[in-house]
Design a protein around this ligand. Sequence first.
Ligand code: COA
Length: 167
Amino acid sequence: MSKIAVYPGSFDPVTNGHVDIIRRTSRLFDRVIVAVSNNAAKNHTFSVNERIQMLVHSTPRLGNVSIDSFSGLLVDYLHSKKAQVLIRGLRVVSDMDYEFQMASINRQLYPKMETVFLMPDERYTYLSSSIIKEVARLGAQIKSFLPPPACRMLYSRLKQRNRKEES
Ligand code: COA
């Protein structure tokens, strides 16, 4: 039976840290589904479709990786995709409380699944989507933190917002 892993997240925007985790996952499993969370309660910078496009263009050479979106319970999504493995990236010790809580609840809801934690490359340990948006808004170079398609889309979104604020 082929092993299918789901890597969920907001990806608002996708960072090099996320791409690093996707690459590592694609070497370990037969199929990887990167699942963009469609949570209307969160105030995202990019729409679900924009986040999907960013991911598609940032992972073009990984043949066993597909990009999708989901809403509702993550375990229901895993079940619908016949996926047994949930991937989460663990960057620093402070990620652990939240991640262990999610893993434990998810396992109680769907005992057949396992959460697998992967560590991104040390260069990306302190990376998060909101910190990159913050420094980009304040004029810092973000090329080393985001894949080029995400970088372009973020700069263009910031320009749009600046224009709106000025008018
Ligand atoms: N590199 C860089 N940044 C990373 C990273 C990595 N490898 N891994 C995580 N991050 C950052 C993200 O950029 C994000 O930063 P931000 O908060 O500044 O935007 C932060 O860590 C959290 O990331 P993410 O993995 O996207 O988690 P999330 O909390 O946004 O999403 C879901 C978590 C979608 C998996 C979870 O909310 C969920 O399962 N929702 C569905 C509903 C459900 O089933 N709930 C019950 C769960 S028990």
